[in-house]
Design a binder for this molecule. Structure first.
Ligand code: 4AD
Ligand code: MG
Length: 481
């Protein structure tokens, strides 16, 4: 007889029928009521253990965390809190769990504590809900692009280029770092390395994605990316997943339209397919919120926030307009920002982004046309404005509580303009010959963006620390498993 998953049993009306269930013990009350979960849903199944029907030896092992198999008859529950229960006729302990050693007890543990035992936190209801939502969002991303004829391209994890030019790469090497081979000048000789050159873990699949887009038209990547930035924040990981679509014949406005459509599609999908998980996370967040002072509490609960995001057009403004708003803003006038905005050209900090989204517009904002000097070499240069200011056709999407969730641009497709910019930024052209071929042969306008997957999961789950929305977070000084 096969076992049935708990989710199916909880919806079943086959009373009187015998079923086998398997799962982990959550609680055991009064030597009679057992709550077990098998991961199929957030709710537990109540199992009634008839008093004196089972050997003491077995009943004594029914501790939180133990794995068990139970055969029993499905009945309508007389008790409050559940519709059905299973009257046990047969019980088997598959794996014991020593209550003095098992760190998870049937009570609410803090997220900080759970982060320290991240290898076990899958077993909590909170992380069950988070990873179900994460799964639904990943599925929705693939569905969105495939419905629109985009091709999923697997770009390399190990690369020889620094796509963002930000120098935040993890090096990949097989050299003996104690005694690396050196050339005449005393520099490390990468000819001796596995690939015969210096390589690193990718920071973005964009440049390789562009190669594919210039033949297949519309493509997307969805894979892990790595950044060795020493940012110990609630928004940064050293290993995160990024979704990067790249579209031939798109300009920056088309790019913004697609990004807004994608975000709304995947949020709607999660709301529709994970109602129990989102309801659970909403209540969780509301409880956390109650602990905060009145003026710091969220104006909307999680579902209201997600629905609000679906119903409203994102605000679209240029960097230059944003600077004007920020200059005139109260926190800038009253010197409450850590970094005061006094001129054009500075990069925006997350305090500025969050002011625009949370205080000024009170909705998602798409900022475009940033100064060329604070953006990557591949972004398309706009006409110089009347005041001689150079901007690029970039766009960032800023979300409440998150800040930047998407970064993208129209790409510089003009060979001469691109190579001149690479020279200005000291990017060696000979190393990027493969990339420049797209501009040499049949170059065409194109655009794309990168959506940080964990930042999306943060927004949809209402969690506040990015380390809680990825199963195995990687951040400075942490990579135990
Ligand atoms: O703005 P970024 O650096 O853009 C790129 O990498 C482009 N090549 C994307 C493209 O146009 N194809 O990163 C894109 C997004 C950010 O908006 C943010 O959501 C996320 O990736 N991100 C991070 N998420 C978690 N931890 C980090 N350290 C992140 N760095 C960027
Ligand atoms: Mg960015």
């Amino acid at each position: 007889m096969k076992h049935t998953r708990i989710k199916e049993l909880l919806d079943s009306n086959e009373f009187g029928k015998e079923f086998i269930v398997k799962g982990w013990v959550k609680t055991f009350r009064n030597n009679q009521f057992l709550a077990i979960n098998d991961g199929s849903c957030l709710s537990n199944l109540q199992i009634v253990i008839g008093i004196n029907e089972f050997e003491d030896q077995q009943v004594k092992k029914l501790h939180t965390g133990a794995a068990i198999a139970v055969k029993g008859i499905l009945t309508e529950s007389q008790g409050k809190g559940q519709r059905v229960e299973l009257k046990a006729t047969c019980l088997e302990i598959l794996g014991e769990s020593d209550p003095d050693k098992f760190p998870l007890q049937p009570k609410k543990h803090s997220l900080e504590f759970l982060r320290e035992i991240a290898h076990l936190r899958f077993r909590t209801t909170t992380f069950n809900a988070i990873f179900k939502v994460r799964n639904a969002l990943a599925f929705a991303v693939h569905q969105f692009f495939n419905e629109r004829g985009f091709v999923y391209i697997h770009t390399p994890i190990i690369t020889g280029s620094d796509a963002e030019g930000a120098g935040e790469m993890f090096q990949v090497t097989t050299l003996d770092l104690d005694q690396p081979a050196r050339n005449d000048k005393g520099e490390i000789d990468y000819k001796e390395d596995f690939f015969g050159k210096q390589t690193n873990l990718t920071v973005s699949g964009q440049l390789e994605g562009e190669l594919a887009a210039m033949a297949l038209g519309n493509i997307y990547t969805f894979g892990p990316t790595f950044r060795a930035e020493n940012s110990n924040t609630t928004r940064h990981l050293a290993e995160f997943w990024m979704i990067e679509p790249e579209m031939a014949f798109y300009d920056n406005n088309d790019n913004m339209d697609l990004a807004e459509e994608l975000l709304k599609y995947v949020i709607k999908y999660a709301l529709e397919t994970c109602p129990d998980e989102i309801e659970f996370l909403k209540n969780r967040q509301a409880e956390e919120d109650k602990k905060k002072p009145q003026n710091e509490r969220a104006a909307m609960n999680l579902t209201e926030k997600l629905e609000f995001c679906l119903l409203n057009d994102f605000e679209r403004i240029s960097y230059t307009e944003a600077i004007e708003i920020l200059k005139r803003s109260k926190p800038n006038q009253k010197k409450q920002f850590k970094y005061l905005i006094d001129g054009w050209g500075v990069d925006l900090q997350s305090e500025h982004e969050r002011y625009l989204v949370e205080k000024h517009f009170k909705k998602p904002v798409i900022l475009s046309d940033y100064p060329a000097d604070i953006k990557a070499f591949y972004m398309r240069q706009n006409e110089v404005d009347e005041q001689g200011r150079k901007t690029v056709a970039a766009m960032d999407i800023l979300f409440p509580g998150i800040g930047e969730i998407v970064g993208g641009s129209q790409r510089e497709e003009r060979y001469d303009v691109l190579t001149k910019r690479m020279d200005e930024m000291n990017i060696p052209q000979h190393e990027m010959d493969w990339f420049l071929d797209t501009r040499r042969f049949g170059t065409a306008p194109h655009a794309g963006f990168g959506l940080g997957f964990e930042r999306l999961v943060l927004f949809v789950t209402g969690m506040t620390n990015i380390r809680d929305v990825i199963p195995f977070p990687r951040f400075p000084k942490s990579a135990e498993f």
